[in-house]
Design a protein around this ligand. Structure first.
Ligand code: HAM
Length: 434
């Protein structure tokens, strides 16, 4: 017979997951489920409804929505032609697809604003490193159809609540305003004027950014570029009165909730659709390099994608970065337990009865496990202890013969005998299922 090694050498390459991707299993899956549950519960309790969009979209959605000059569109998209020759792209982010759905699926005719959330995987061809994957998961919120600063504050509050529930320590919200089409162009001119005499000191990427996306000069991590950033003019001092008033009100609202934030003029975000309030969530460990979330207002995006001018604000949290952080910090939580019963058997007649008992329990919605490959009762009890179940139900030769089942309470060691017909009801009551 052909072994795995032979098979792989015959095929030429050992099968591995693609670089920058991760299998989520066992212990990681526990965190993943928990984080998803916390985010989704927090979102639903605040009135957000779930949306799931396709994993791939027309490439033009991201080119138009995220911006041609961004790193995401310029370098990081997984773009391919399908068999009909359409150019498709694995979604690198969630906001443009949600806005596409808002326009395409008639969400504009619902009472506004529409508050949506998602928990999805995204794809960016980035250089893999700690906290940076080519496939990663994001929890996102989008509120479309309301221009009030209260909505910005509410998104920030919802996000903060979720991080607090996850018990991630030392979170700070780095916040800025990026202005609007009225005040931003003037500021960009101002910024370019500051940089024009210093072009020789910039890194090669920033030399390009000066021409294509000058705001990104402000968040380059190159040391020389960072020195120049220190004295660069700040957009916050160049906002029009509307943007100034909006931003001031957002801050007043989040002050009211005593949310820990810092004004940070370098927060300019890597996607082109932002206007007004922008923010990132940092923690002490990750800092600017690996922010654990980011978002802001995008009042021009609906219009840019062909809809009427519609204000919107949203946020995306990096799930893998949050899990990495929780694992590093050793955050403890109680994982939801679905199995509280182990079914043990002794003898061939009992095995058949136990197979039926296991399925009767599962049919009644009661989680249970058994190990039919193990004949010895000692081995089966070892598995039951490892699973940490509350009860073991035992059928031996005698119980199989007289139609009874032994319930063993694993904590106290107490044993009781019940007729088989009553056992599902008894267990449902004990586990408070009826
Ligand atoms: P983003 O800042 O590109 O924003 O991503 C949001 C979060 O996703 C980041 O803060 C980070 O935690 C996580 N993330 C991004 N790239 C990676 C990666 N390669 N590996 C692991 N985690 C990553 C957006 O995507 C916007 N759509 C957020 C938004 C929603 N703005 C308004 N609404």
């Amino acid at each position: 017979m052909l072994g795995y090694g032979n098979l792989t050498s015959q095929m030429g390459k050992k099968l591995q997951k693609p670089r920058g991707t991760k299998d989520i299993l066992l212990e990681d899956q526990k965190y993943f489920k928990y984080v998803q549950n916390v985010f989704e519960t927090v979102a639903e309790e605040a009135g957000f409804q779930k949306i799931t969009t396709p994993a791939f979209e027309d490439t033009s959605l991201f080119v138009r929505g995220v911006g041609k000059e961004t790193d995401i569109v310029g370098k990081e998209m997984y773009t391919f032609k399908d068999k009909s020759g359409n150019s498709l792209t694995l979604r690198p982010e969630g906001t443009a697809p949600v806005v596409r759905a808002y326009l395409e699926d008639g969400l504009q005719s619902l009472p506004q604003p529409v508050s949506l959330y998602y928990f999805s995987n995204f794809f960016r061809y980035e250089r893999p490193q700690a906290g940076r994957y080519r496939e990663f998961w994001q929890f996102g919120l989008e509120v479309i159809g309301d221009k009030s600063p209260l909505v910005d504050a509410n998104v920030i509050a919802t996000v903060s609540r979720a991080y607090k529930k996850l018990d991630i320590k030392n979170i700070s919200i780095q916040i800025n305003s990026m202005g609007c089409p009225t005040c931003r162009p003037k500021y960009v001119q101002f910024l370019k004027k500051y940089y024009v005499g210093n072009l020789g000191k910039l890194c090669p990427d920033c030399k390009k950014r000066y021409k294509t996306n000058p705001l990104r000069l402000l968040d380059c991590k190159n040391e020389k570029c960072m020195t120049l950033q220190a004295d660069a003019p700040q957009i916050i001092n160049n906002l029009c009165s509307g943007c100034h008033e909006h931003f001031k009100t957002v801050l007043e609202y989040i002050d009211e909730l005593e949310i820990n934030y810092e004004l940070n003029p370098k927060i300019v975000r890597g996607l082109d659709y932002y206007t007004g309030t922008v923010f990132e969530v940092w923690n002490d460990r990750s800092g600017a390099q690996n922010s654990i979330g980011g978002g802001g207002r995008y009042d021009e995006l609906v219009g840019l994608l062909g809809g009427p001018k519609t204000p919107a604000v949203g946020f995306g949290a990096g799930v893998s970065r949050i899990i990495d952080e929780m694992e590093k910090e050793g955050v403890e939580f109680e994982a939801k337990k679905n199995v509280n019963i182990f079914v043990a058997q002794l003898g061939s007649k009992a095995r058949k009865k136990c197979f039926k008992l296991l399925n009767d329990l599962l049919d009644a919605g009661i989680g249970a496990e058994a190990r039919f490959d193990k004949g010895g009762i000692g081995d089966q009890f070892k598995v039951a202890s490892k699973l940490g179940v509350e009860y073991t139900l035992l059928i031996g030769q005698r119980e199989a013969f007289d139609g009874t089942v032994i319930i063993k309470d694993m904590a106290s060691g107490n044993q009781e005998v019940f007729p088989y017909e009553k056992i599902v009801k008894v267990m449902a009551r004990r586990l408070k299922k009826d």
